[in-house]
Design a binder for this molecule. Structure first.
Ligand code: ZN
Length: 123
């Protein structure tokens, strides 16, 4: 039996984005499952680069137990926990990719933006 391929999504808690994100990741990166780590306004939290131990531990479990080779950091339109412009969200997502890259996990890290139509775009 095959165990399937996993990717790791680090996203906001918002229920509107989980299915679009999961479907986009599966389609674009040929994975079977998407492990999902959520925090309100996660793009802001990661860009601030403080108090990230919990997220780091969870990402580590996904990589070690499920052999995930891809982390997707996202931000989204109309975020209750991070009420900034779309442009600022995208800046924070890019910063978040840099922060997670600095953890030297040996996996690919990308940033994506979920827009007002709930479409996923590379950030
Ligand atoms: Zn949000």
């Amino acid at each position: 039996m095959t165990e399937g391929k996993f990717a790791t999504s680090v996203s906001c808690i918002d229920g509107r984005i989980q299915i679009p994100l999961s479907e986009w990741i599966k389609k674009n990166y040929s994975v079977d499952y998407v492990d999902t780590i959520t925090e309100p306004g996660v793009d802001k939290k990661i860009a601030e680069n403080s108090d990230l131990e919990s997220i780091k531990t969870k990402v580590g479990i996904s990589i070690n137990a499920h052999k995930s080779e891809l982390i997707i950091v996202s931000g989204h339109y109309n975020c209750a926990a991070n009420q900034v412009s779309d442009e600022e969200h995208i800046r924070l997502i890019k910063k978040g990719v840099e922060v997670i890259s600095s953890w030297n996990l040996g996996v690919k890290i990308i940033g994506v933006w979920v827009d007002g139509s709930w479409n996923v775009n590379s950030a």
